[in-house]
Design a protein around this ligand. Structure first.
Ligand SMILES: [Zn+2]
Length: 186
């Protein structure tokens, strides 16, 4: 790249940022997950988005555990425990182990995101989630990875509340799932 084209590119970038700063974030596209009406959203299993990376489709699932802006959110300790247990379960799963890209909490603390390699519907993964939340609901003993060497905040754990939330999700959502709990509201 010549020096002139380098400077032109830098100039273009600086100009773009200056415009964004001037007129606020409006120039940026609102990402899809912020366009869902959270007032109508109930606990459930939803497809949040699908992305294509090379030849592969990645499905992002919205595992919604609490009703947004309506029920108390989950506390960080139980979210952290669910994260450790779910990640351990998924990575060791016979079928989905090698398809698991990511499992982690939502910043709003009402649910989790699960990213799987492959093109799926929400009902496709209900058996997997039932198995996973049964594992979390029944788990006792030492939480995997809950040590200073393995985790950044290993004392921030609450297994009894993780058991409770998993049991509630099984009962309220997974075991008798309805159409409304599988498709985002309009
Ligand atoms: Zn951790």
């Amino acid at each position: 790249m010549s020096i002139i084209s380098y400077f032109l590119e830098r100039l273009h970038f600086i100009f773009k940022i200056a415009i964004i700063k001037m007129i606020g974030g409006n120039i940026m596209e609102k990402i899809t997950s912020f366009t869902i009406d959270h007032l109508k959203l109930k606990p459930g299993v939803y497809v949040s988005r699908k992305d294509t990376v090379g030849a592969e489709t990645i499905t992002t699932f919205d595992l919604r555990l609490t009703s947004p802006n309506d029920e108390p959110v989950m506390n960080t300790a139980e979210i952290h425990t669910i994260e450790h247990l779910a990640a351990t379960f998924l990575r060791n799963h016979e079928t989905f182990g090698e398809k698991t890209i990511y499992f982690g909490p939502m910043g709003c603390r009402t649910g989790f995101y699960l990213l799987l390699s492959g093109d799926y519907t929400s009902s496709d993964i209900v058996p997997l989630l039932t198995e996973m939340f049964r594992f979390i609901a029944d788990f006792s003993g030492e939480v995997p990875g809950a040590s200073a060497k393995d985790c950044g905040n290993y004392l921030d754990m609450n297994l009894p509340m993780a058991n409770y939330l998993a049991k509630k999700y099984l009962h309220d959502v997974l075991e008798n799932i309805t159409h409304e709990q599988l498709i985002y509201p309009n």
